[in-house]
Structures are given as C-alpha cells and as structure tokens.
Design a binder for this molecule. Structure first.
Ligand code: C6P
Length: 411
C-alpha cells in the first residue's frame, strides 16, 4: 500500500483524476458533496483485494474465502473504531446512506410505529431522509412533523422545539450537515432532546462523515447513516450504525442467505446483528477499501479536514457575496465544506454549463431537497463543494467563471 501523505501540498498527487484538462482548462472539481474522488490507496486496495483475496465471505473454508472474510470483518472493525461505536455488531454494511435509512424506517419503524405516533424531521432533509419516512408513515398510520428552517440563513429554528418534540414523537431523524445549505446542525443537542422524550434519533451523516470527526458516542445517536463514496471511499458501500439493544430487537428487513441461523420449509430464525441485516452476498471488496478510506482520513486528521474544507467554503461564500444579483444560502459563519447560491437572472443549469466550459465541475439543481427549495421559493441552486485536495486558487477560478457567466447574460 502506498504511504499516505499528511501534507496538504502533496495531497493532490494522491488523486490522479485531478490531473487532467477539461474543455482545455485544468479540472477544478467542486462537486464533492455529490461524490468525492478516491485516493490512490483506496484504488490500490480494491486492486489488491480483487487480484489476491477475492472470494465469497462467511461461506468457504478455503484460504481465499478466509482471507476475504478477514478483509471484510477487518473493515467492519475499522469502521467501528472510525465512528466510535461500542462493538462491531453495531456496524451494518449497506449500499449507502439511502439504504441505511430505508433499513431503519422499514425495520425499526415498521415494528414500532402505530397510529398516533409522530416522526419528526427537519425542513432541510435530503429526499433520502424524507421519502422512506413518508412511506413508513403511510404503512403504519404515523404522521410527520417538521422542525422549520429559518430561511436563507439556513439554521434550524429550535424556538418551538418543545411543542414539536413531544412524547408522541417516536423517531427524530435529521441531517448532520445540510447538502444544500452547508448548515452544521447541533447533533448532540438534538439527540439529547430526543432521548428526553423517549424518541430514537437517526442522524444522516452523509455530508459530515468525510469532513469532520464523527463519533456516535459523543453525538449520542441511536442510528447513523452514511455512504463510502462521500468520504474518499468506494461507491455502493455505506454503513448503518445502530445501538446494539435496538438492533437486537429489530426484525430483518430483507430475507436471504447469510442472515439466518436456521431455515425450515415454513419458518426461519435469524442471526443477530450485523448478519441479520446483511442478507445475500455482501459488497466485501468495497467494504475492504472503505476501511482504507478511514486510514486515509485519519492519517490526514479529521479535525484538519474540517478546518480545511470549512475555510474554503467560508472564503468562497465571502468572495461570491461580492457578485451582483447573487443570493447565498446557509449560514455566513461556521459551515460545512460547501456553498450554495442562485443568481437573480441566470438559471442554475446555465451557470453550471458555463462553468463546465471553464473546466469547473459544479452541481446545479434541487439537490434532492425539493421541499426546502419550495420553502425558499427557488427551483434550483448552484453548489460548489470542497474536499481535501481543493485549493484557494480554485476559488479564484470559480469566481472568474461566475463573472464571465454574469457578463454573458447581462450583455
Ligand atoms: N447527496 C448530493 O449531491 P446516497 O445517494 O445514498 O449515497 O446519499 C444520499 C444522501 C443522503 N443525505 C444527504 C444529506 C445527502 O447529501 C445525500 C446525497 C448528493 O447532495 C446526491 S443527491
């Protein structure tokens, strides 16, 4: 495995994809909230696994199967340490954040929600932390409530939280960092509030896990969901963390091989977590490389990653604020590693298309936040999102591209 550099100067060398021209310009990749790039060490681990160890896990007694099982369970142990979980049984591999939240909604929600119960969400949730709850609410007769967002400043309005977070609330699900606003929510405080009324907390950590220290013990959540591809890891792999006592009492959500202790023609018995929730052949190769992504981020230092990404986002916010007709979303101060904005007279898709001509990758659209967009009276925004390899000169390129776009549309 290649050594992981811990200096920001050398970090870009770990990401060969960045070393290319797009439309005649050096690539400026600012679409990291959609997916981050993977360092050489993660790609090398995928290569090593498939070249040396590939075999199905938990099924064979031969050498390759045992090596693959060790890699898979080693990755689970690595992820357990990475998020500060109490035991490996609390770490379930899934396809990503979306599947993790669907698992909690279907299994925990399906078993525990009744008519009259309430699921509390916030107005800034991604569709992945919204639609699964709508679906389980329809099935069980539970209803949804929302913590409001303050407007363009993009903070949770907690002034009425005691009226919203009542004993009828059985589940409080919220995002740690908003993928559209960049807001960092007070996760530990929200989980403590949920606990006081007997509700379980579900934290969507899709936009925080790769950008800052995230410790389930310090946050005090009951469940947490995240994706590998947003933390320098592979696609198609993610994690659901769940508190052991809750997982032990939850029914499986999918049936198949690997999750049973015994099967008869008419009934079956389940293994405990995590196998109970991992029916079928798991994504062991990507799991192994997700462990390597944890090594990468810890070698850099997640506190330093938070400072780096946040500083770039704040600087971009301040520089963009000087442009005419711009509407910036989210808090002006402390924020996650992204900035989202709209121009009065230019559609987000035009902005993103012009930026692409300049070699800059941005995202334009509703970012799977349609209800939030509706509340803010917007159809779409432009989003620039930063990661460990981004540099200040890329903010210069972003601002120059925005000025070019504005000149074109003003003329
Ligand atoms: N947001 C974005 O461009 P998946 O697709 O399962 O890996 O992650 C879903 C998800 C859940 N919660 C939040 C807060 C997210 O930001 C995302 C993914 C991407 O903003 C794709 S829409």
């Amino acid at each position: 495995m290649s050594a992981i550099p811990t200096s920001w100067e050398r970090i870009r060398e770990e990401f060969p994809i960045l070393d290319q021209q797009v439309n005649g310009h050096p690539l400026v990749y600012l679409d990291n909230a959609a997916t981050t790039q993977r360092p050489r060490s993660v790609v090398a681990e995928l290569d090593r696994f498939y070249a040396r160890d590939n075999s199905n896990v938990h099924r064979g007694l031969h050498a390759l199967s045992m090596r693959a099982t060790d890699a898979y369970e080693g990755a689970r142990a690595r992820l357990t340490r990475f998020i500060g979980a109490a035991a490996a049984e609390e770490v379930i591999f899934t396809r990503g954040t979306t599947e993790s939240i669907n698992l909690v909604a279907a299994s925990f929600g399906g078993a525990n929600l009744r008519r009259g119960d309430v699921i509390l969400l916030t107005e800034m949730e991604h569709h992945s932390n919204l639609v699964p709850w709508q679906m389980i609410a329809q099935r069980t007769g539970a209803t949804l409530r929302y913590v409001p967002v303050t407007g363009d400043e993009g903070l949770l309005d907690l002034s009425d939280i005691d009226r919203l977070l009542t004993p009828e609330v059985k589940i409080f699900a919220f995002t740690h960092v908003s993928n559209t606003l960049g807001t960092v929510n007070p996760a530990a405080d929200l989980c403590a509030r949920a606990r006081r009324v007997g509700a379980v907390s579900v934290v969507d950590a899709a936009q925080s896990i790769g950008h800052m220290p995230v410790d389930v013990g310090a946050i005090g959540c009951d469940f947490m969901a995240f994706s590998g591809h947003k933390m320098a890891g592979p696609t198609g792999i993610g994690v659901l963390y769940g508190r052991r006592a809750l997982l032990d009492a939850m029914p499986p959500w999918q049936g198949g091989g690997g999750m049973i202790s015994a099967v008869d023609f008419f009934e079956s018995r389940w293994k405990p977590s995590p196998e109970r929730f991992e029916a079928g052949t798991p994504n062991f190769g990507d799991a192994a490389a997700l462990g390597t992504a944890c090594d990468f981020l810890d070698a850099l230092g997640r506190e330093r990653v938070r400072e780096h990404d946040g500083a770039l986002a704040r600087e971009a916010y301040e520089r963009l604020a000087e442009l005419p007709g711009i509407r910036l979303l989210g808090p002006a101060g402390e924020r996650g590693g992204l900035v989202s904005f709209a121009f009065k007279d230019v559609h987000a898709h035009d902005v993103v298309t012009f930026a692409d001509e300049d070699g800059i990758a941005l995202r334009g659209g509703h970012h799977c936040n349609q209800p939030l967009m509706k509340k803010l009276g917007l159809a779409s925004t432009v989003r620039a999102s930063f990661y460990v390899y981004n540099e200040r000169r890329e903010i210069d390129a972003l601002v120059a591209s925005m000025r070019r776009t504005l000149r074109f549309f003003a003329g």
